[in-house]
Design a binder for this molecule. Structure first.
Ligand code: MN
Length: 320
């Protein structure tokens, strides 16, 4: 998906981990993806209170929304650099096409992972035969400097490993959870896992005390570390934890995001993650001049890059 904010700010982030266990609820803000009755997303990263969790640098949660009532997705070709896009659905279907020629529908339980590296363009839309409701997340992982100039790649993973414990089924999208290792390409130590909780569950998820973590409430009323964060909110947990207690009275789902605290600072603007403002300016120029990414088969249109802002948001000096 694209950052469709018409006037996105340039955000400097990284190096903002809380180096201790903490409990910070990030409520995020709503972004409309087209029209007053259209699909709305709740963005919890980056926000003023939190920019990153490990290398996770962007979290949009959308739906559940009826496709027939303005909830269909159609995002025209747009570019990315310096990041991976992680597409995960709880309901519905989304068709991805990109400038490498990949054409892949993603459905619940499957992962679409695009590694932008030095540059790629892609488009996403609800296919005509999709189920009636759309519910999912779009996540970005910042690439480390060593992987930012790598060639772009796309992968679809339909068979992901699981970790189970007393009513909990954790599906590992990327990284490693208690020895369940996803086949998805990762460039920094991190984990992303869907936590599906059966009614009556009281379970524990093993954590790495060197990672920082957050949990996103997706569906139902999951209890996460004793809290019950509303759907679409992100509970930041900090570092120094060996386990996460999870529970639910009814069926519930949450997303666990974690990783080694990201050591570098980086710059995010529109659909780009880079090491400097100058690299962002260069990527914008490349997309506008049609030298970045390339055409996406099946589309005649493309998203124009917004104007560059005149101000920059600097990192917070202390983590919450
Ligand atoms: Mn995108």
């Amino acid at each position: 998906m694209s950052n469709l904010d018409p006037h996105p700010a340039e955000v400097t982030c990284g190096a903002d981990a809380a180096h201790r266990p903490t409990h910070v609820l990030v409520t995020g803000h709503e972004v409309a993806l087209g029209g007053p009755r259209g699909l709305r997303v709740t963005r919890t990263l980056p926000t003023r209170t939190r920019r990153m969790v490990g290398a996770w640098c962007f979290v949009d949660h959308y739906g559940p929304h009826p496709v027939a009532d303005g909830g269909a997705m159609r995002v025209a070709p747009h570019p990315h650099i310096g990041l991976q896009t992680v597409s995960w659905l709880l309901d519905g279907a989304v068709r991805h096409r990109d400038s490498l020629g990949c054409d892949q529908v993603v459905r619940p339980g499957q992962l679409n992972l695009m590694t932008a590296g030095a540059g790629i363009a892609h488009a996403e839309e609800t296919p005509p035969d999709a189920p009636p409701r759309l519910h999912g997340v779009q996540l970005w992982v910042a690439l480390p400097p060593s992987a930012r100039s790598a060639p772009p790649a796309f992968a679809h993973h339909a068979d992901l490993p699981r970790y189970t414990d007393a009513g909990l089924t954790a599906t590992v999208l990327v990284g490693d959870l208690a020895g369940a290792v996803s086949p998805a390409a990762a460039f920094t130590p991190l984990v992303g896992a869907e936590l599906a909780l059966a009614p009556g569950t009281e379970a524990r998820v093993p954590l790495d005390p060197g990672f920082e973590y957050a949990v996103l409430s997706l569906d139902g009323t999951p209890r996460l570390d004793g809290a019950a964060p509303p759907r679409g909110t992100l509970l930041y947990l900090g570092t120094g934890r060996r386990e996460l207690r999870v529970g639910a009275d009814g069926p519930a789902r949450a997303l666990l995001l974690g990783g080694a605290p990201y050591p570098d600072t980086l710059v995010m603007w529109w659909n780009f993650v880079a090491g400097s403002h100058e690299e962002i300016v260069e990527a914008r120029r490349g997309w506008t001049a049609q030298t970045l990414g390339g055409p996406v088969p099946g589309y005649a249109d493309r998203l124009a890059a917004p104007p560059m802002p005149t101000t920059r948001l600097l990192p917070r000096s202390a983590a919450g």
